[in-house]
Write a protein that binds this ligand. Structure first.
Ligand code: LLP
Length: 419
């Protein structure tokens, strides 16, 4: 089981809180997060980067609930944002603006203006056109925007085919071959101050090799850019480290980072500020989603467990055929298990949470969908006019509600009836 999730007295606990009690008090579907699990995941990065000038900017797209942001910000993190909405959340959670970096391929002028007005730390720019618009917006405000350019290291697809964002042929970053001229251009823009370089090669990466390759490529670029007379203050190496969903074995952050830092040292860049943007690896295994079995529906070809969580709450299986472990909250010790497809109430065949799972369960039982801390609540929708789930943060024996369940009225609030 993931850290801080234990089976005690025959029932699942997150830290010292029994999950069944939370489901009874707050209803289901319910997301439950462990503060200790988040801080433990963060600590691995902090150990890996200890003694270095660094800033860990949590990629808040993974889970942008305000209380989660507060936990990470209070523990010393900055934030990586990708929209004006995330900027407002970051500020609401108390993040110092200079500890915010702004990523994403499609920043709007209004978002740029707001970010400049509050004074964010850095824009991670992804195209020449974006650079020019940002320059114009900053000059119109009498300011200079701090920028780093997101480079696409084009890490070899043949050896690491699972990397989805660091290859030629996707929309992210500036092509390796155009990096130098883009830096020269940026350095000549009056509204821009070049401060760093940035890359992000993909997500749910479970091997060390692509990181090492990407670091070599980025450091080659750093040397070339500085030789062209553009000094770089920081190196932002993105996020992407995977988690264990189902026996996956990603490197630990405190094992990976010393290897990457050794590469910096070998080239004399040991004094540079290192920035990273981890998302999933900080929160993914610090969350579960509790759901109740509404009905059992055995059939000739398939047996279905119909639960009250659905693709609108947990979109990853439907979207990516992603695997999330599903465990009974109170396992039935002696009961025989049956093979079930665990499905939600949404009117789509794609609405499944798990396929062919051997489980001993009955109507009314509670299930915990594991590894639900990242890219679940943050990707939830209102499809079928289903209100988004409630959320609770556990800390030791304490459980704090951090988000109310969304009502139908909440969902209709911004709509207007015809006269
Ligand atoms: N920085 C940038 C520029 C990114 O695009 C991302 C994620 C991150 C950092 C954080 O990456 P992480 O450490 O979480 O891997 N919804 C998908 C994942 C999409 C990731 C997008 N970019 C999923 O559920 O698997």
């Amino acid at each position: 089981l993931p850290a801080h999730l234990t089976l005690r007295h025959g029932e699942l606990h997150f830290e010292d809180v029994p999950l069944e009690r939370l489901a009874r008090e707050h209803g289901t579907p319910l997301f439950v997060y462990s503060k200790a699990a988040i801080l433990q995941a963060l600590a691995a990065y902090q150990r890996g980067l200890a003694g270095r000038k660094h800033l860990i900017c949590y990629a808040m797209k993974a889970n942008s609930s305000l209380a989660i942001l507060q936990v990470l910000v209070r523990a010393g993190c900055g934030l990586d944002i990708v929209s004006g909405g995330e900027l407002e959340r970051a500020l609401a959670a108390g993040c110092a603006p200079e500890r915010i970096v702004f990523s994403g391929v499609g920043k709007q002028r209004g978002e740029m203006r707001r970010a400049l007005e509050v004074g964010i730390g850095c824009f991670n720019v992804e195209s020449r056109a974006e650079l020019d618009v940002l320059d114009e917006v900053a000059r119109s405000m009498g300011l200079r925007a701090r920028v780093s350019i997101r480079v696409n290291p084009d890490v070899d697809a043949k050896t690491h085919p699972y990397i989805s964002t660091g290859l030629k042929g996707n929309k992210f970053g500036i092509a390796h071959s155009e990096v130098l001229q883009t830096y020269r251009h940026a350095a000549a823009c009056a509204g821009l101050e070049v401060v760093g370089i940035d890359c992000h090669i993909g997500s749910q990466i479970t091997e060390v090799a692509p990181y090492l390759d990407a670091m070599d490529r980025v450091l080659d670029l750093v040397a070339a850019i500085e030789a062209a007379g553009v000094p770089l203050h920081h190196i932002d190496f993105g996020g992407g480290l995977g988690i264990d969903y189902n026996g996956d074995t990603p490197p630990a952050a405190d094992a990976l980072w010393p290897q990457l830092l050794a590469k910096l040292d070998a080239r004399g860049y040991g004094e540079r500020t290192v920035m990273i943007e981890p998302g999933r690896s900080l929160v993914g295994n610090a969350g579960v989603c509790l759901t109740e079995v509404l009905f059992t529906k055995p059939g000739e070809q398939k047996n279905f467990l119909i639960v009250d969580a659905a693709m609108n709450d947990l979109p990853r299986p439907a979207m990516y055929q992603a695997f999330h472990r599903i465990e009974p909250v109170r396992p039935r010790a002696d009961a025989a298990s049956t093979v079930w497809d665990v499905v939600g109430p949404v009117c789509e065949s794609g609405d499944w949470l798990g396929r062919d799972r051997a489980l001993a369960v009955q109507q009314g039982d509670l299930l915990a969908v594991l590894s639900a801390g990242a890219y679940c609540m943050a990707m939830a929708s209102n499809y079928n006019t289903r209100g988004r789930a409630a959320e609770v943060l556990v800390d030791g024996a304490m459980a704090t509600p951090i988000r109310q369940r969304e009502s139908a009225a909440d969902q209709m609030r911004l709509e207007t009836l015809l006269p």
